[in-house]
Design a protein around this ligand. Structure first.
Ligand SMILES: [Zn+2]
Length: 264
């Protein structure tokens, strides 16, 4: 009985401490004491999108102008999987949450940033292995509960050139880095993450045809962020992510504003 009371007191104490910490973060942001980094690319017709048969570029046109209509207003069309976006669990797994059903508390969490931009080197088909996650942990501690694990492959420097970004060879096979199947499995089975993210078109590397990483992550009810910007501006640990996806009812994903609050 004593033990139960003790645990309850500890739980209350921890909850109070966490909410005080969060209140402090928000206060710091309002007073410009903590930096917020936008991890989102602006949407425009040059944005990279998944090069599947029925996919198309982002388009935007104005439907009213200040000159003609005294009001400016536009309309746009876009595939869900274009630009900085989220893959909802239902993207690859039946019966899992659609983009509008991802619980909001899963869209906030500590950012784990694994920087492999220098180890990728000339290997466009680079895969993140479990050892690299373990060596990140050796330096920064265990991947925290509810983390969003972001892979900085250095691919962002190709962002402004869609051809270089998707990097298709002469037979149309894509080449860019990704998570290995083992790394994805480790993160969902051995660490309780909220999701993963990457600075390329897909969490599965370019040549993938079976999309194993998508199946593992989405199959576990978790999400994937793709075409994430500015990962080189984040510390390996200590940033907090806020992820705000478009709320398409039943959608498989969609454009998402992602921002990171840096530690003070
Ligand atoms: Zn996607």
């Amino acid at each position: 009985m004593k033990l139960i009371i003790k645990s309850i007191i500890i739980a209350i104490f921890l909850t109070l401490q966490i909410s005080a910490l969060n209140a402090e973060i928000l206060e710091n942001i309002m007073q410009n004491k903590q930096t917020v980094i936008d991890l989102t690319y602006p949407l425009n017709s040059k944005n990279a999108y998944w090069p599947g048969p029925s996919y198309s570029p982002f388009t935007y046109e104005s439907v009213a102008t200040l000159e003609k209509n005294n009001v400016f207003s536009g309309k746009y069309s876009t595939p869900e999987h274009l630009g900085t976006h989220i893959d909802a669990p239902n993207h690859f797994a039946a019966g899992k949450p659609s983009v509008d059903q991802i619980p909001l508390e899963k869209l906030i969490g500590p950012a784990v940033v694994i920087d492999v931009s220098s180890t990728v080197g000339g290997n466009d088909d680079y895969l993140l292995n479990v050892d690299e996650i373990l060596s990140w942990e050796k330096a920064h501690g265990k991947v925290p509960q509810g983390a969003i694990v972001l892979l900085n492959t250095g691919w962002a420097k190709r962002w402004n050139n869609y051809a270089e970004y998707k990097n298709a060879d002469e037979v149309g096979k894509l080449h860019f880095p990704g998570f290995s199947e083992e790394a994805a499995r480790f993160l969902v089975e051995e660490r309780n993450i909220n999701g993963i993210g990457i600075d390329t078109l897909s969490a599965d590397y370019g040549p993938s045809t079976d999309f194993k990483v998508h199946h593992i992550i989405n199959g576990a009810g978790k999400y994937i962020l793709e075409n994430v910007a500015n990962l080189d501006k984040l510390p390996p640990a200590g940033a907090t992510l806020i992820i705000a996806p478009i709320k398409i009812e039943g959608g498989s994903g969609g454009q998402t504003r992602v921002w990171a609050i840096l530690p003070p």
